[in-house]
Design a protein around this ligand. Structure first.
Ligand code: ATP
Length: 388
């Protein structure tokens, strides 16, 4: 069973500037166990997806979490899901321990869980300090601790590293990795690519409200054109000569003014580069693969629409990686993607589910879709987190 299964999720917000299609037919499958990164630029649709996952938002399409249809069957599985959506908020004048203790009591959980989760997130030493004195990273970890109180099988975290300094990011990464290694499903959204590369087992890339690529980090890194660095003896003149020879032989070549040169070629075909140059009496001093970062893969995948459309058959056919055309690439073929749904679609109201969490009612929960941040309450301990 997939931990998360989303099909054709659509959400259009009404805003003063007109309709905004935040989700435009998003499909997503998250397997159980390990860390899954949900990656996208600002405004790509990550938070909207996460809010739909935890029943904070009405959208059309189908959402299943741990096998339960959201929002209708969410109460069946909510005890197994911990979530941190938007900034966690706690009583600043109370210690971290007291804040968690209040949450545990409100949810009928044993007080022993408080010490256990403080230990898990590395806050034991500061547990007695007032939450107001915590750094942003510590507040985020306290939020994760709140989500862990009920020992969830699955954690859903929206940009937990947002606003953290490098040390805080590292701590959060180690914490999430540990939780994933314990066998939990950790679903984490992020726009920090380097972070995700080190943290996650699998990745989905969301762009303009659609999931345009998904696979393991390694698969994503190895998909797409592979490049080799080519060095030839001599100065930049020799390099440019070699570049011209390779271009004439049909290779795509990048040569910079400092004599660096790269060629688009697969590892299996790299010998051809050496042969073409040798045939022109140019001898290769170095021919080595250039490792791509997730950032490069991301930029290539989310780059210009025409580039993505052109690459789809090639990249999508690689094992383990599914890549689809970016929405704007498809718009011509499909006549555009916005369905005009205002979130007043077929699904049931979610107010009872929100009551079940004890989470804050958002603007969307009341059916009023407003400008970003409208109506988001933050009044009590953990009110920024749900399902904890
Ligand atoms: P970020 O990384 O900046 O948080 P995101 O990927 O989480 O971005 P969303 O917050 O899901 O993106 O927003 C997707 C789109 O929907 C954006 O264009 C955003 O401005 C718009 N949007 C989100 N919430 C609302 C709202 N309540 N009312 C109107 N538009 C909204």
């Amino acid at each position: 069973m997939a931990a998360i299964e989303i099909r054709d999720l659509r959400k259009t917000y009404r805003s003063r500037r007109g309709p905004v299609a935040a989700l435009d037919g998003l499909d997503l499958d998250v397997p159980e166990g390990g860390v899954f990164a949900f990656l996208g630029a600002n405004g790509a649709g990550k938070t909207t997806t996460i809010r739909a996952l935890v029943g904070h938002l009405r959208a059309t399409g189908s959402v299943r979490v741990l096998g339960a249809e959201v929002p209708r069957e969410l109460p069946k599985v909510i005890d197994r899901i911990g979530a941190l959506v938007e900034q966690p908020s706690f009583f600043p004048g109370f210690s971290g321990h007291r804040n968690l203790s209040l949450l545990a009591r409100a949810r009928g959980l044993p007080q022993a869980r408080v010490d256990a989760v403080l230990e898990q997130v590395g806050l034991t030493a500061r547990a007695a300090s007032r939450a107001a004195t915590y750094s942003l990273g510590m507040k985020q970890r306290l939020g994760v601790a709140a989500a862990l109180l009920k020992e969830p099988a699955m954690l859903i975290l929206d940009e937990p590293a947002n606003g953290l300094d490098p040390e805080g990011i590292k701590e959060m990464r180690e914490l999430l990795r540990r939780l994933g290694d314990e066998g939990r499903t950790v679903f984490v959204s992020s726009h920090i690519l380097g972070e995700v590369q080190q943290l996650s087992d699998r990745v989905a890339i969301v762009h303009a409200g659609r999931c345009i690529a998904t696979g393991s980090v390694d698969d994503l890194l190895s998909a797409g054109p592979s490049k080799f660095r080519v060095r030839v003896p001599g100065d930049t003149h020799e390099t440019h000569l070699a570049a011209a020879v390779l271009e004439q032989a049909g290779f795509s070549v990048w040569a910079d003014p400092h004599g660096e040169m790269a060629v688009d070629v697969t590892p299996d075909d790299s010998w051809r580069v050496a042969k073409v140059l040798a045939d022109a009496a140019v001898y290769v001093a170095e021919l080595s693969p250039i490792e791509r970062t997730l950032e490069q893969a991301f930029l290539e995948i989310t780059g210009g629409a025409s580039q993505i459309a052109a690459r789809v058959p090639e990249v999508g056919s690689e094992p383990g990686v599914a890549v689809e055309a970016a929405p704007e690439a498809r718009a011509g073929a499909e006549g555009g993607g916005v369905d005009g749904n205002d979130g007043d679609g077929a699904q049931e109201p979610v107010t009872d589910v929100l009551d079940y969490y004890g989470g804050p009612a958002s603007a969307d929960a009341t059916g009023r879709d407003e400008e970003p941040d409208a109506g988001r309450g933050t009044s009590g301990p953990g009110s920024g987190e749900v399902g904890a």
